[in-house]
Design a binder for this molecule. Sequence first.
Ligand SMILES: Cc1cc2nc3c(=O)[nH]c(=O)nc-3n(C[C@H](O)[C@H](O)[C@H](O)COP(=O)(O)OP(=O)(O)OC[C@H]3O[C@@H](n4cnc5c(N)ncnc54)[C@H](O)[C@@H]3O)c2cc1C
Length: 455
Amino acid sequence: MTQLVTSSGHERAVAALQRSYEAIPPGVPVRLAKRTSNLFRFREPSNAPGLDVSGIDRVLSVDPERRTADVQGMTTYEDLVDATLPHGLMPSVVPQLKTITLGGAVTGLGIESSSFRAGLPHESVVELDVLTGDGRVVTATRDGEHADLFRGFPNSYGTLGYAVRLRIELAPVKPYVRLRHLPFDDAVKCAEALREISESGQYDGEPVDFVDGTVFAPTDLYITIGTFAETAPYTSDYTGQGIYYRSIQQRSVDFLTIRDYLWRWDTDWFWCSGALGVQHPLVRKVWPDQAKRSDVYRRLVALDRRWQASARLDRWRGRPPREDVIQDIEVPVERLPEFLEFFHREVGMSPVWLCPLAARESWPLYPLEPGRPYVNVGFWGTVPLPPGRIPEHHNRLIERKVTQLAGHKSLYSTAFYSREEFWRHYDGETYRRLKGAYDPGGRLLDLYEKCVRGR
Ligand SMILES: Cc1cc2nc3c(=O)[nH]c(=O)nc-3n(C[C@H](O)[C@H](O)[C@H](O)COP(=O)(O)OP(=O)(O)OC[C@H]3O[C@@H](n4cnc5c(N)ncnc54)[C@H](O)[C@@H]3O)c2cc1C
């Protein structure tokens, strides 16, 4: 069972965090000093002291009666899930990568296969304590004194302040999840089925608890629906030699324990472990199971970036430079076929992940229309840059297409908007008001500088 932190321990940790914040010299950018990250904007390593968040990475309490948990801001979902599952509960939305933290998913947006009914992780936050840019710790709730911060925190990426404690809603689980992988041969039918299943919460007369999808090719698409089960005739294991995403094409029905379901994508970082050779049978055999994790792969990718190993190898082999195309975007469900057609034609990378969602409420810095069905499309890989094209050619095309389709783009990776366009998409007016109220001295970076200029 996960070790919990006491409330006095938490108070001491918050006081230490405030001292660490005050100790960062004025003018030095504030950076989190933590071992893991799921950002895909790589920066040069810095010798400047970071904000020491090591004391705020634990669960405070789980209340099975009220179905809530009090959690420190830098707690990973892996630890959080370990604390809630013994009570038969899970956070309403559990992002797929084990080291995503609760604070990171709320400030930087997360999504998963329960998002069609539960929205995004920030929508199940009841209250949050924030260390603001001006050094205060304030409690923000939906309708309290800091309601404006509560609403503006999602998609602020730590530029208004850092979440130090969050109270979140939990949802009941059953021990197993029964999966059905439904094949489609065209995107229009697939989008229509995603919409119907998400809106009705049913498929074939049975309740649906989870929905996501995988596109292997323009005529090879799958929707995977998950339904809680008290018992299972067998359970599959994709944490060793088996590879979850391949099973989608190979079987129509499957059973996983709830824990394995929640982490089904982490073992192979969706499919991205393939780029490191981990899906080759021989490499897979010798690669330790405990190192088949997204954070291990991300560290290896960060090292590769730093030393430019793959880029040098490509040059040496006379191959064109490759462009990282790593993004999550959302489009209204009826525009999904158009986006996929564009993506197959212009980028040509597969597989692609689909996840339906509907926001429960409106959140100014990431304005999805509440109740409207959207689909998140995730793609994480590299493609060759065609000769004569400017760097980031594909990423720029994608950004423009998403705008054309009335969609939105997550900001954990690269972005290229002009300042004016960026603030049109992400509500510059509200952001400026919040920045003035919670970080008047500009101690933290500005959202545009951080997410587009990559500072
Ligand atoms: C390849 C890839 C795939 C992804 N796929 C998914 C997905 O399918 N589902 C999903 O849910 N998410 C996905 N994400 C996005 C991920 O949820 C966000 O990047 C999230 O912000 C990462 O959280 P982290 O805790 O790792 O934060 P970090 O990567 O450490 O930081 C992210 C940002 O949040 C800020 N931050 C971190 N903690 C806090 C805090 N406590 N308070 C305020 N600000 C904070 C940091 O300053 C930084 O700007 C994906 C990311 C990548 C790179």
